[in-house]
Design a protein around this ligand. Sequence first.
Ligand code: ZN
Length: 311
Amino acid sequence: MAGIDIKISEVGPRDGLQNTKIFMATDAKKAWIRALAAAGLPEIEVCSFVNPKMIPQFADAADVAADALTIPGPSIVALVPNLKGAMRAAEIGVRGLSLPISASEAHSRANVRKTVAEQMAELAAIVAYRDALPADRRFRINAGISTAFGCTLQGTVPEADVRRLCLQAVAADADSVSLADTVGYANPAQVRRLLSAVRGDIGAKLDAAHFHNTRGLGLANCVAAIEAGVTALDSSMAGLGGCPYAPGASGNVITEDLVFMLESMGLKTGVDFGALLRAREILAAALPGAEFFGHLAQAGLPKGFAGAVAA
Ligand code: ZN
């Protein structure tokens, strides 16, 4: 992307809200997403097209996504758990979808009620559906390999399993593959090793990495991912987030702190700090009582800080 070294995908409206007890009002979601876009975030994952009986927070997914698609600027993407979700998203015009495929059988059954092999077959079904659409309605599909660094249910996840799934996803014609530390088990040495191996296997189809800050290693893992050649990272405003079907999972890497770290390192994100903190205020007003994280929001920018876009 022009002028950007690292693409941050803001996943707060999806990963952040799926674990939030309060239903965030639809208009507040729309206003927050607009504020995130105004801050310059190049990609926003705005919702999950999951069955609202499973996660009521996303009962308004179609409405929220349709509104987000009218915002000029950011890529609007959505999570889809299955073909049905992909069809709902595609009908609205979402052009970037991500399908989670667990590297852990236990998490796969808990999260999407399918075996890993069945979920890989779901990817193939989504690709076939996509390819049958008229050219102007086709979407990109990302295979998001979840629990790639360990699982609260299964424990250790063999790296060979993750590499095999990435190769299978590419063979099934996924446009890209990302690796997710769904439950916050990853460490930087593991991240560097596994992402480098997967990059060797599938090259530039390895698109992004997604870390949780459960044990405080989120930012360190982001640096390790960059060292392994990854140029896109997921994060969530205020560190909201967690998988409702992975016991003990907690917040994502905090967007505000990730932007600060990258800009401090001389890596351009395209994000404006002032506008980012205004978006955080909108979120705080809409989610009273929710636990917010973030060092930058507490401490502010260092005096004379030159790496940021001035606000
Ligand atoms: Zn996550």
